[in-house]
Write a protein that binds this ligand. Structure first.
Ligand code: CTP
Length: 413
């Protein structure tokens, strides 16, 4: 890890050139407005670790919204402003850049969103979660690449430690409990002993956080490369029961998450699938409680309910000689994530084979004859037509018919 105080080389080596130019333009505008501008947070941490991170957070000791407007008009970036938080977001090319006014934050009560006031960089960095996220890099031309490290962030990065900045950090914002675990497991770091003690002390503070914010944290966990590590750690520290007492971070979860990556989604499994696996061993009532506690959106709610329903009917799929049309009717209409969760979770080889057959072949099967073909053959639209189409589909699935001609004969029977 670089210990130099000038990271300009690293910026140019590690970040795409378009993004470097974008930051240079931002630095110039800020300097012209008479303000300092810094890259802060995860972008700096990852630059120092040599990890790729192109989500940039910039902080200006001045008006972020006016800086963002000028930047948007020069670069053509799409701008969204949040006046209450003195921040703006720019979408430019494929990049996402947040610009904030350096600010202090106070919490009216634990778990509430903070009240913000413009301030200096030093204060802005102090309000942050962990020391490794408090470093900044200068972006105005005459401070380009210069490191600001006021709270020992670099030291902790070297030692591999996650450390909060003050005793009340988890009380102010208990979502930091989940964030601490995420960084710890992602980076292979350790919680610094005092931070660990305060984290344990403040676990009950998670109750001050709204369902929406907790869900967001869980989505971030499930977006990690190895989410099972975070869940396992959360179980060890007694944090997992705060989500739902029936959840487990055990060997089964480990295996099924790994299998989701290797057997279903070689790229990256969806949050929805991971969530269905987490909830797989809950009862239907427990699943409902989790859904309402996390205020899950409609699609995820449906997946969890369907996964639970499918699980209850899994025995029928363990039948080795089940007709293909039977397999189809047992699985058709369910969301893919719910089916995949059952595929990964079942102990039965036969069931796994049948689900695989459905996912790779059966779900694409269709009769050649369509409704309008049937109409031409004298079948009026209505329940009778539906029944014929269903029979044709079953015939196709079970291999009783395999040509359009054969289907026409079937209709004539
Ligand atoms: N932050 C904080 N407390 C929180 C959330 C965020 O102090 N509860 C600060 C941290 O300084 C963090 C920055 O806001 O670095 C940006 O937050 P976010 O984008 O969530 O984190 P990153 O550091 O970019 O981490 P990740 O790599 O997980 O995106």
């Amino acid at each position: 890890m670089s210990q130099v105080n000038d990271l300009s080389d690293q910026i140019e080596k590690q970040l795409p050139s378009g993004l470097v130019e974008f930051m240079q333009t931002a630095g110039l505008i800020a300097a012209n407005q008479g303000h300092s501008l810094h890259l802060v947070g995860g972008g700096v941490r990852d630059l120092m670790l040599g990890r790729s991170n192109t989500d940039l957070d910039l902080v200006v000791e001045g008006d972020a919204i006016s800086l963002a407007r000028q930047l948007a008009s020069i670069t053509g970036a799409k701008i969204t402003t949040h006046n209450r938080f003195l921040t703006a977001n720019l979408k430019w090319d494929k990049w996402d850049i947040d610009i904030a006014t350096a600010r202090s934050e106070t919490y009216t009560r634990p778990g509430a969103l903070p009240t913000v006031k413009p301030g200096f960089l030093k204060v802005d960095l102090f309000r942050r979660d962990f020391t490794i996220n408090t470093m900044a890099i200068g972006l105005v031309p005459d401070r380009w690449g210069e490191v600001t490290d006021l709270y020992g962030g670099r030291d902790d990065l070297e030692k591999g430690l996650i450390r909060i900045l003050h005793e009340g950090s988890f009380i102010d914002d208990a979502t930091r409990i989940w964030r601490a675990l995420r960084y710890e497991q992602r980076l292979g770091f350790k919680l610094e002993p005092k931070t660990l003690r305060l984290l344990k002390r403040d676990i009950p503070m998670l109750e001050t956080i709204s369902g929406d914010r907790i869900r967001h944290e869980l989505e971030l966990v499930l977006g990690e490369e190895f989410p099972e590590k975070v869940i396992r750690r959360a179980e060890k520290l007694q944090i997992l029961p705060e989500l739902h007492p029936g959840l487990r971070g055990d060997g089964w979860l480990n295996r099924s998450f790994k299998a989701a990556r290797t057997r279903v989604f070689p790229d990256k499994p969806t949050v929805e699938l991971y969530l269905a696996l987490m909830a797989y061993r809950l009862t239907a009532d427990e699943t409902e409680k989790l859904i309402s506690q996390l205020r899950l959106p409609k699609t995820h709610t449906q997946t969890l309910r369907e996964s639970s329903r499918l699980r209850a009917g899994m025995e029928s799929l363990a039948e080795p000689f089940a007709a293909r049309s039977r397999i189809y009717s047992l699985l058709h209409g369910y969301r893919l994530a719910a089916i995949s969760a059952n595929y990964l979770a079942t102990d039965s080889k036969v069931t796994r084979k049948q689900i695989n057959l459905y996912l790779t072949r059966l779900r694409y099967v269709k009769p050649s004859l369509t409704g309008s073909d049937l109409q031409k053959m004298g079948v009026p639209p209505g329940p009778r037509m539906k029944e014929i189409l269903q029979k044709l589909l079953e015939g196709r699935l079970d291999g009783k018919v395999n040509s359009k001609k054969g289907e026409m004969e079937m209709v004539g029977e």
